[in-house]
Design a protein. Structure first.
Length: 463
């Protein structure tokens, strides 16, 4: 469909999952509404431009090879690998001679002109994919060059049309496969307070028992360790991505950074790099800087945005403990290789503890449901906000001093039947446990034991 129509349809859809009343009403996000104005403005301003663009080419080289235009003709390059080469060009010299010269006409405006041309070639496939979403287990007559994905109310991948045209249902953690063979994978770490800490992974079929240990290979650079891993699998590319605490108590070699790694199979990992927090300013003390990075966690906004929620030490003193304050921070991924992230600010709200660590969040029913640890009280809190970074002012009646203490390391998982599961670590040696909620995190069921050879702070996903 056209860009404006598509954006209106997504922004003002009736339900959290389009066309599914059971997923709950959808509340439009103000930022998305404002973006519609910009999209419309670009389209209106470039009606005249659309009448003058003589041709469109994917690369600058393809354009330069075609001089069959008269002088002063306009053409566009729309997807050159070098983004500086994309834009509008003007022809010099007569037909068959001369050259193309890049203009300063805004690329965003030109892209709006070319988009309808590209849309025409995709409309037929869009219609086929929409119809395919209603069918399971069917071989479609067209092999695809790309994977098509469908998401649920928690913005998790639930179905994929693969490169052979097969529609498959999959689990809420991303990844391929049929729901009848779904697997739960638990990533954690072994060791304590030393550089011998290593990544561990276990698999099971019920989300409680993880009997199979996987042969993990990950060798971060010298001076780093691996704690508190959080992992997701990109269902489109098949790549597994991990963020982790890259330092150990008292060492500080990578203390103001968290690590990023990737894997093709979830077992053999390659180090990507460190995201440095060293220049993040202390929000409460002028001149203060972040000096630790704790328990990074992936968060998704359901609109393509990928974020990392991480906690850091600052110099302010926690009146309850006399120690330094832990503050949750939010970063947005700005490059596909996960090497660059933009600092957005501290995570705030009246229900965010003063000394806050181990934060994680998922989007459900139009809000962000987050679980955080009060480091001073050693308790967990379940909080909500419509904004990922601010406004965590609501908390369930059962959430204060949630589930006793000491407790830490929460991870939230959207289950296939709509439940939300919270895994957590009773770090006094009691092991890992979890609870389920059927009402979006307001109330929680009985505690269930998690059984694995290593039971520490980590993450669980379905694939």
């Amino acid at each position: 469909m056209g860009q404006i129509t598509d954006r209106f349809a997504v922004t003002f859809r009736d339900y959290a999952t389009d066309g599914i009343p059971a997923s709950g009403d959808h509340d439009p996000v103000k930022a998305n509404i404002r973006a519609l104005g910009n999209t419309s403005e670009i389209a209106i301003e470039n009606i005249a431009l659309s009448a003058t663009i003589a041709g469109a080419y994917p690369t600058q080289a393809a354009l330069y090879a075609d001089l069959a235009y008269p002088a002063n003709a306009l053409a566009m390059v729309y997807s050159d690998p070098d983004p500086r080469k994309s834009g509008v060009y003007i022809k010099t010299g007569g037909t068959g001679a001369g050259a193309w010269v890049q203009t300063d006409i805004p690329y965003g405006a030109a892209a709006a002109v070319v988009q309808p041309l590209l849309d025409q070639t995709e409309d037929a496939r869009d219609a086929a994919v929409a119809a395919a979403a209603q069918i399971v287990g069917t071989q479609f007559p067209f092999p695809t060059t790309d994977l098509f994905t469908f998401t649920d109310a928690n913005e998790k991948i639930v179905a994929v049309i693969d490169q052979q045209g097969n529609l498959q249902l999959i689990g809420n953690g991303g990844g391929g496969g049929n729901t009848s063979t779904k697997r739960f994978r638990f990533y954690t770490f072994d060791g304590s307070n030393v550089f011998a800490e290593t990544l561990k992974a276990y698999e099971g079929t019920d989300g409680l028992n993880f009997p199979t240990e996987l042969p993990i290979v990950f060798n971060p650079p010298a001076g780093q360790t691996v704690r508190d891993p959080d992992i997701f699998r990109d269902a489109v590319t098949g790549i597994w991505w991990m963020v982790y605490s890259a330092w150990s108590f008292g060492t500080g070699a990578a203390a103001a950074s968290f690590g990023v790694a990737r894997s093709a199979d979830g077992e053999n990992w390659t180090y990507v790099g460190l995201i440095d927090l060293g220049n993040v300013p202390d929000p409460a003390n002028a001149g203060g800087k972040a000096d630790r990075a704790w328990a990074p966690a992936w968060v998704f906004d359901g609109m393509g945005g990928v974020f990392v929620w991480v906690s850091s030490n600052f110099g302010a003193i926690d009146p309850a403990t006399g120690g330094s304050r832990m503050t949750p921070l939010l970063f947005r991924v700005t490059s596909p290789d996960m090497k660059r992230m933009e600092y957005l600010g501290t995570v705030t709200g009246t229900k965010i503890p003063f000394n806050c660590i181990d934060g994680t969040a998922i989007r459900t029913n139009g809000v962000y449901l987050a679980c955080v640890k009060d480091e001073a009280a050693r308790q967990l809190h379940i909080v909500w906000s419509k904004d990922l970074r601010t406004g965590y002012n609501d908390e369930g009646s059962t959430a204060t001093a949630l589930w006793g203490e000491p407790i830490e390391g929460p991870t939230l998982l959207g289950m296939e039947d709509g439940r939300i599961r919270c895994y957590y670590d009773r770090y006094n040696g009691s092991g890992m446990f979890c609870r389920d909620s059927v009402d979006g995190g307001v109330t929680w069921g009985a505690e269930m034991a998690v059984v694995a050879a290593t039971e520490r702070h980590g993450s669980v996903l379905i694939y």
